[in-house]
Design a protein around this ligand. Sequence first.
Ligand code: UD1
Length: 436
Amino acid sequence: MKETYITTNSQALTESDSPVLEIWGPTSLKGEVRISGAKNSALAIMAGTLLCSDDCRISNVPSLMDVGRMVQILAALGVKINRKQDTLEINATEIGQTQAPYDLVSQLRASFFVIGPLLARLGVARVPLPGGCAIGARPVDLHVRGLQAMGAEVTIEHGIVHAYVKGSSRRLKGASIYLDYPSVGATETIMMAATLAEGETTIGNAAQEPEVEDLANFCRSMGAKIRGAGTNTIIVSGVERLHSTDYPIIPDRIEAGTFLVAGAITHSPISLYPVIPEHLSPVIAKLKEVGCNVILEDYKRLRLVPGELRATDIETLPYPGFPTDMQAQFMALLTKSEGNSMVTETVFENRLRHVAELQRMGADIKVKGNVAVVKGVPFLSGAPVMATDLRASAALVLAGLAARGKTVVQGLHHLDRGYENIEDKLRQLGANLQRV
Ligand code: UD1
């Protein structure tokens, strides 16, 4: 059966009509690349605008398919939303709908995050179980248990999560919640819900990802009382309402990490701007282990200094550990690093599907369970490959830059979900590639 998907302009395409990316390698890159706003911050913050019954302006929003889908979801809920360059003007004074549309939520897991703000604002929310990348089962039990602890009644019927708050005030109540796992999404759902709840909420074993902190800072810019975001304990004192804000999104650490690997795999000295270097610490540490250097050129500007690539081991972990969203790209790098590297994926249970595609390009990788052993080879060869998820698609582009000959990457809808203008950015650095 042909796969159908929605493009940014909502035009339905089928897989056989889909564009492919042709890349000629090996290539050398040179110059500076501009890093876009963080996708994962943008998606959570867009959901967070539902908390505010006034105007919100969010700037540095990347132009991505996932952002387009979130715009459609907010619009379907009755929110007024307008895009001017990289700024979204959002007004959620009137929320006409409490049910998020299935066809959109099923394509974007982050859209489930609207459940917390809807429930906090209106006392009722109905959101289909989410979809998104096929990298694992990705349940929402932690989100649901958090909302239940705050007094919500939650049932799941026919694939839709119904949540409502009993009582005349329809207000959630602060609670002490300890997460079994530091889930990014669950931390964000509970934190957003708690901003308008009655009393204090404590989230223990909270996710510490920079995007969680960015969401907290956004909520604080609207008057929310949140402490501890960015640590493993977040404390939220509920307020009655939130006010208008104008908020810029942080730079995307995963896009930045992907370009650092592009420099490393092609032995090219490239610069990146703007970045928040601390957010890249686990990635920079590993780049140093494989023989590269990363220099802070000045405030928010990093330079990758390439080196002879040697093997290292990687284990993905919640922040500040090595990010699962950089695992595929790093694996591409390790295919060309001398020696044996071990890559262990602990965050998602099905996130090694790019291995088969890298093997088509001549990579020597063996997989057992969630562990891949990568033996460096002298060179990769261009081949037709299929992107299996968002970050896997980036890994194949990186491998294509380094491989000899032509690589043809299919499944570009994955790439378009999370990388703004990646072809233009790579072309400006000197890569030889085109979408056909
Ligand atoms: C977010 C990011 C995604 C990143 C991931 C981990 C967004 C939009 N996406 O996804 O890019 O790869 O963090 O850094 O921000 N889990 C449960 N029950 C739950 C929730 C999660 O078991 O209720 C499990 C998941 O199946 C997964 C693990 O926890 O195995 C981590 O998931 P989580 O941190 O929630 O990731 P997302 O928020 O979905």
